[in-house]
Design a protein around this ligand. Sequence first.
Ligand code: BES
Ligand code: MN
Ligand code: ZN
Length: 499
Amino acid sequence: MEYGTRASNPSKTRTQCIVVGVYEDNQLSPTAKLLDKASKGHIRKVLRRSDIQGKQSQTLLLHDVPNVNSPRVLLVGLGNAETIDAHRFASVTMAAITRIKKTSAKNTLCCLLDAEVNEKDLAWKTACMVERFDAGLYSYTEMKGKPPESPPTIESIDFQLADKADRDEVSASIAQAKALTLGIAAAKDVANTPANICTPTYLATEASQLEKDYTSITTTILEEKDMEKLGMGAFLSVTRGSDEPAKLIVIQHKGAKPRDKPHVIVGKGVTFDSGGISLKPGATMYEMIYDMCGAASVLGTMKAIAEQQLPMNVVGVIAAAENMPSGKASRPGDIVKTMSGQTIEILNTDAEGRLLLCDALTYVEKFNPVTVIDIATLTGACLIALGTHATGLFSNADEVADNLIEAGNNTLDRVWRMPIWEEYQTQIKSAFADMQNVGGRDAGSITAACFLARYTKKYRWAHLDIAGTAFKWAGQNKGATGRPVTLLTQYLNDRANET
Ligand code: BES
Ligand code: MN
Ligand code: ZN
């Protein structure tokens, strides 16, 4: 998708579709007013018929509006002009692209920047639209036997500027957001790829491709024998039942001086989670192709920041393995030793994410990180606690947590903080080992985070549980959401702007 800007009179602009906003109570946006004037009152006449009442996300497609060059004018309801906020603007944008998609317009002039949105500037509105338009147009077709027959699809969208002087701000925002959407799409693609193709080796190949595509990136792959040397007994216990070799993937983006400490992101990359010997029930086991969404978000974020040439050092780490039952698989009751020296009694082989992550989190100490953020589809309990709207956030550093909350609120890729108080640690005490890998039914996502906290004492750390937010299995938009690539990219950009 190409995005651009225009500043001439929209009624004269050569385009196949114009998108303009209308508010409740027949109130017109500035651009709708312009078109109404050019068409000698045609827009108001249509509104008086009440097929559209300007309610949030309503759409009405008009053809051949008099004295307007574009053959199509799409009216989009913005709701009450006084109360339009970030959320409403985002869903209006989504409604617009959903309708545009059904036309055969190849290019569109989008005039929604003229909507005043509470507390949001032009750059924000631009980024919001680029992100939603891209999300609205995304589909995963890689696995179709023959390419789906589809009408000609939209190739370019231009944003109408009220003033030429806004061009630099809007263009810069387009460039940043385009980089982000490339990262989001990459994350969705790899996450949607089924587990018979998307193996740990496949994730390693994707990471190596980043090295080929971007000069700022270097990728290193650690094999099982390397992990043995490092003493990663917990990580290796997860992969034991699988025929697919596990990989610890390290992707380095070097955007600052070599001496500058890096920010580290670590993703859970379980390419399929059958549960292992503690086998999951069959009914929804297929969802577990998405148990590598943390890894996908690391790949996507690394791509986005490399595209943006972010002037900062960032290390992306992926703990990739498949969790399968077999004669070689770990058994409930097994005790393993981690790289940190601490031992774990594995009471449930389905609590495998924390086993991979604890060793990966010890490994990243060597980078002397500013902060470490891990991203994992870690617990079904997080979906129960927060549903599909908020990612669970846990942290040993208030500043890091606050920064993530702020980045989430700004981008609408939101997080909600949960506690990791010492009191919860008693739930994972083990009789024989230093800890056990499950803490019972109560506070399942908290005890999982408390487990990880035992491996992250040496640096400022946050854990994002994305079990509820990274993918949707039901409904029309089924598949990976690309979350939390937006959150992480915003967080890292904010940190780069701080210094
Ligand atoms: N990958 C799952 C968690 C999950 C569940 C992610 C649903 C997305 C949707 C994880 O490995 C797991 O199986 N967790 C167990 C932990 C339990 C055994 C303590 C769970 O949530 O049931
Ligand atoms: Mn599991
Ligand atoms: Zn899992």
